[in-house]
Write a protein that binds this ligand. Structure first.
Ligand SMILES: NC(=O)C1=CN([C@@H]2O[C@H](COP(=O)(O)OP(=O)(O)OC[C@H]3O[C@@H](n4cnc5c(N)ncnc54)[C@H](O)[C@@H]3O)[C@@H](O)[C@H]2O)[C@H](O)CC1
Ligand SMILES: [K+]
Length: 502
C-alpha cells in the first residue's frame, strides 16, 4: 500500500480524472459510499448524527455520506460552513444531488448558536470540513467549528484527514480535529506516520475509492507500507539439504567492559533469527559474561579479527566511543566487499569516515534513532522528527546506503530512493537494548533473504510484532525487557512460518 504526500495524491487524483477519465464526481461518490459502509457497523439507530461540511471536495464527500445516512433513516443534521454559492465543482454537484434526493441543510453562519448547542447533543460527528486541501492554520470560521467539535462528547469520524491536520505532517501547533476514527481515502498520507499529526487520527481505516493502480505507477510513488503479506511472501525458506555455512557466517563487533549486555542482546537477536555461524568480537574480559547468553557463538579478540573470513559484519552495539574503537569502524568500512551493518556507537564513529561509504562495493545498512541521525546529518533532533521521510531518503541516496530510521513508524530508505514504513510495534520497545536486538535480527536476516531490502523490512516488522505479542499475551508495556524480546522471537517466527505462503 502506497503512502503519499499531498502533492502526490493530487497528481494521482488528476491522472485518474484527466487521463483515465474516472470523473471526480464518481470518485466522490465512491469515497462517500465506501466511508458510509465502513462506518455503518459503528452506528446505532438511536444515534444523533451531525455531518459538518466545508467548502472543498472534503465537504463534497460529506454530502454523499449525508445522503447515505438519510437513505437509511439515521437522525442526521447536515451543517454547512460556507454560503451555498461558495461551493463549486464536484462538491456543488453532490450538494445538488443531496437536495434533489430530499436532503436539507443548515448553515452555521445563519444559526451559529443553535449549532453550538446541537454539536454537544450529537453522539456522532462526521468531520468533512477540510481534507488534503488545507493550508496552514484553519481560518475563521473553520477554527471555531473545529474547537466545538473537539469539545463535544460525540464520536468523531473524520473524512480523509482530521480537519486542520496537514497531509504532509510536519510540525504544527494549531488546533485540529481530534478524531476517534479517520477514513483515509485510497491510501495513507504522510501525516499518518509523523508526529504530531499521527495523534489526531484515532483509529485509521483505509477506504478504497477505485483509483486504478496505474495512476500510482505513472506518478512513480516510491513510498509504501511494508505489510504482513510482504513478510509472508519474502520470509526465507530453509532448504532441507542446507548447512550452517549457507545461512551466513557473521562477525558481530560489539560490547565493551561497560556494556557487555549490548553485545549479548545483539547476538541473541541474530541467533534467534537463524544466523548460521556467529562470531562475536568483544574485549576478552567480557567473553564469559557474554557467552553465558550466547553459548552458540564463537569469540575473537579485537586484535585478531580477519575481516575477510566473514560474509558480513555488524558493528556498534555497546562498542564505546573511545578512539580505540574508532579504527574498527574504519577497518570494517575499508573491507569494501563485505556487507556491513552499523548501529549505535558504530554510527558515532561513522561520522569521521562518512566519505568511505560511497567507495564501497558491498551494501551498508545503518540503523540510527533520531538522535544518531541528527549527529550524522548535522541537523537537530527536532528537524529530523519534523522531516523523517525527507532526511532519511536524502541520506540514503546521497551516501548510497540503506537507512533504517527508527521510531514509532520506522522508515527504511534505500540507496535508489524507495521508502518503506513499518507500522508494527509499540511503546514497550522504547527502552535500552531493544535496538541491539533489532540489529541482531537484521544481521541474521541479511544472510538469508533473497533481497537485502526484504531482510531489513522483515526484521523491523517482526521486531515490532514481538513487542505486540508480548503485550497482548503476558506483559505490560512497562515491563517488557530487551531480553524478553529475544525470548519471544521464536513464537512470533513460528506463527509467521505457520501462515507463510512461500
Ligand atoms: N483523493 C482523491 O482522489 C479524492 C479526494 N476527495 C476529497 O477531496 C479532498 C481534497 O479536496 P480539496 O477541495 O482539494 O480540499 P479540501 O476539501 O481539503 O478544502 C480545501 C478548501 O479549504 C480552503 N482552505 C485551505 N486552507 C484553509 C485554511 N487554513 N482555513 C480555511 N480554509 C482553508 C481552500 O481554499 C479550499 O477551498 C480530499 O481530502 C478528499 O476528502 C474527493 O472527494 C474524491 C477523490
Ligand atoms: K476532514
Amino acid at each position: 500500500m502506497h503512502i503519499v504526500s499531498r502533492e502526490e495524491m493530487q497528481a494521482i487524483d488528476h491522472y485518474a480524472i484527466e487521463t483515465i477519465g474516472l470523473q471526480g464526481a464518481i470518485l466522490m461518490e465512491n469515497a462517500g459510499r465506501a466511508i458510509f459502509q465502513k462506518l455503518l457497523p459503528l452506528l446505532k439507530k438511536e444515534d444523533r448524527i451531525g455531518v459538518i461540511i466545508g467548502k472543498g471536495n472534503n465537504g463534497g464527500d460529506g454530502f454523499v455520506i449525508a445522503r447515505c445516512l438519510m437513505e437509511k433513516s439515521f437522525q442526521t443534521d447536515v451543517w454547512v460552513v460556507p454560503a451555498k454559492k461558495e461551493l463549486t465543482g464536484d462538491a456543488q454537484s453532490h450538494m445538488g444531488i443531496y437536495f434533489r434526493a430530499g436532503g436539507t441543510v443548515r448553515f452555521i453562519q445563519d444559526e451559529h448558536n443553535t449549532f453550538l448547542k446541537k454539536v454537544n447533543e450529537y453522539t456522532v460527528v462526521i468531520d468533512a470540513l477540510l481534507g488534503t486541501g488545507v493550508h496552514g492554520e484553519p481560518r475563521s470560521p473553520y477554527l471555531g467549528v473545529i474547537q466545538s467539535v473537539n469539545q463535544s462528547q460525540a464520536m468523531v469520524a473524520a473524512v480523509d484527514l482530521p480537519s486542520g491536520v496537514p497531509a504532509n505532517g510536519g510540525q504544527f501547533t494549531h488546533e485540529a480535529v481530534q478524531a476517534d476514527h479517520t477514513y483515509t481515502l485510497q491510501c495513507p498520507k504522510l501525516a499518518m506516520y509523523t508526529k504530531p499529526a499521527a495523534a489526531y487520527f484515532g483509529t485509521s481505516h483505509i477506504v478504497d475509492i477505485g483509483i486504478p493502480n496505474i495512476a500510482f505507477r505513472e506518478q512513480e510513488v516510491l513510498r509504501r507500507l511494508w505489510t504482513r503479506e510482504d513478510v509472508l511472501t519474502s520470509l526465507p525458506k530453509r532448504e532441507a539439504f542446507s548447512h550452517k555455512g549457507a545461512h551466513g557466517k557473521g562477525l558481530l563487533i560489539a560490547g565493551s567492559t561497560e556494556m557487555p549486555g549490548a553485545a549479548a542482546l545483539a547476538a541473541k537477536g541474530a541467533l534467534r533469527s537463524g544466523i548460521g555461524l556467529l562470531t562475536i568480537s568483544t574485549p576478552e574480559e567480557i567473553w564469559t559474561a557474554v557467552s553465558t547468553h550466547a553459548v552458540e557463538a564463537t569469540y575473537v579478540s579485537r586484535d585478531d579479527i580477519q575481516f575477510d573470513h566473514y560474509d558480513g559484519i555488524a558493528l556498534g552495539p555497546g562498542l564505546g566511543r573511545e578512539k580505540s574503537t574508532a579504527h574498527l569502524v574504519k577497518k570494517a568500512l575499508s573491507h569494501d566487499d563485505i556487507p556491513l551493518l552499523i548501529d549505535a556507537d558504530g554510527l558515532f564513529h561513522l561520522k569521521s569516515y562518512i566519505k568511505l561509504l560511497k567507495k564501497r562495493q558491498a551494501p551498508v545498512v545503518i540503523t540510527p534513532h533520531p538522535g544518531e541521525m541528527a549527529r550524522l546529518t548535522g541537523l537537530t533532533i527536532k528537524e529530523i522528527e519534523n522531516n523523517r521521510f525527507q532526511t532519511a531518503k536524502a541520506f540514503a541516496v546521497n551516501h548510497g546506503i540503506y537507512v533504517v530510521l527508527k521510531g514509532k513508524y520506522t522508515v527504511i530508505s534505500t540507496p535508489d530512493g524507495n521508502q518503506f514504513v513499518n507500522d508494527t510495534g509499540n511503546a514497550a520497545l522504547a527502552k535500552g537494548g531493544t535496538g541491539d536486538v533489532l540489529t541482531g535480527m537484521i544481521f541474521a536476516f541479511m544472510f538469508q533473504h533473497q533481497s537485502l531490502l526484504s531482510a531489513i523490512c522483515n526484521a523491523v516488522h517482526l521486531h515490532g510484532m514481538v513487542a505486540e505479542h508480548l503485550t497482548l499475551h503476558s506483559h505490560s508495556k512497562l515491563d517488557v525487557l530487551a531480553s524478553d524480546v529475544t525470548q519471544a522471537i521464536p513464537v512470533v517466527l513460528h506463527n509467521f512460518y505457520r501462515d507463510t505462503v512461500c
